[in-house]
Design a protein around this ligand. Structure first.
Ligand SMILES: NC(=O)c1ccc[n+]([C@@H]2O[C@H](COP(=O)([O-])OP(=O)(O)OC[C@H]3O[C@@H](n4cnc5c(N)ncnc54)[C@H](O)[C@@H]3O)[C@@H](O)[C@H]2O)c1
Length: 257
């Protein structure tokens, strides 16, 4: 029988209460990882941890806001108390179209919304990496997976704060890959296309209801959370041990046009 792909690894997943984060938590656990499922929505995060446990896996939930330093510190501390090490840090939490914050062009974006989107979607990576990397160095290495977006690769009419945060994430990931590669810490980005989660429901909901092929992508469907989780699984596992500073575009071909 094949070895489990994440056997004995401990994975922190932020934004694990829904969408792509929950899919990754369930998949990673099936492949043998112990899951630290974090979300600022306590009930959804706990549901994810319970689903992992119900399926026979190991998981805890820690309620935390990824933009708050003290919360992030607590996630790292409690992960270490529970499981003793951190092998995988999956920075998946983010806000987008479904949030109350403006996702419009800069002329229509209030300054406080710009700051909040940048804090949740980019400063969060600074905080989690700042506190997790020393622990990864202590135990001999790790894999950091950052969820960027195709918005970082192509310009758009709206979502300018979001786009800036996701672009910054790619640049920061490359810099961290260079600095911490010698410590056996790999840092990669995933750029999802349009994935069927609550985040994009306000935008894609009407298209879905029209019951026509999704022509926005050459594959002509929306992505699923599992489409992304399988890429994250590869990056979390030792199968990708020569892969760092890379950007994985999982978008059904949208950016190939
Ligand atoms: N859905 C898409 O089409 C799409 C496309 C490109 C990139 N992304 C990115 O994928 C990631 C996952 O999003 P999703 O599609 O699963 O959406 P989602 O809304 O289902 O999941 C996001 C999760 O992050 C959590 N979260 C938000 N802000 C948080 C905070 N400050 N602290 C802790 N948790 C927080 C939410 O509660 C939610 O559970 C996000 O970073 C998003 O920007 C999504």
């Amino acid at each position: 029988m094949a070895e489990l792909r994440l056997k004995n690894k401990v994975a922190i997943i932020t934004g694990a209460g829904g969408g792509q984060g929950r899919a990754a938590a369930l998949l990673f656990a099936r492949e043998g990882a112990k899951i630290v499922a974090s979300d600022w929505k306590a009930e959804s995060g706990e549901q994810t941890a319970a689903q992992v446990r119900d399926a026979g896996g190991k998981a805890i939930h820690i309620a935390a806001d990824v933009s708050a330093s003290a919360d992030v510190r607590r996630v790292i501390d409690e992960a270490l108390q529970s499981y003793g090490r951190i092998d995988v840090l999956y920075n998946n939490a983010g806000v987008g179209y479904s949030s109350s914050l403006s996702m419009r062009d800069i002329l229509k974006t209030p300054e406080e919304d710009w700051d909040r989107v940048l804090a949740i979607n980019l400063k969060s990576v600074f905080l989690t990496c700042k506190y997790a990397i020393p622990e990864m160095i202590r135990t001999g290495g790790g894999s950091i997976i950052n969820t960027s977006s195709i918005a970082a690769l192509i310009g758009g009419e709206d979502a300018h704060a979001y786009t800036a945060a996701k672009g910054g994430m790619i640049s920061l990931s490359r810099a961290l890959a260079v600095e911490f590669g010698p410590k056996n810490i790999r840092v990669n980005c995933i750029c999802p296309g349009v994935i069927d989660t609550p985040m994009v429901e306000p935008v894609v909901g009407p298209l879905k209801n029209a019951n026509r092929p999704f022509r926005f992508s050459p594959i002509q469907r929306l992505g699923t959370p599992d489409d992304i989780a399988y890429c994250a699984l590869y990056l979390a596992s030792d199968e990708s041990s020569f892969v760092t500073g890379a950007v994985f575009v999982i978008d059904g071909g949208v950016t190939a046009r």
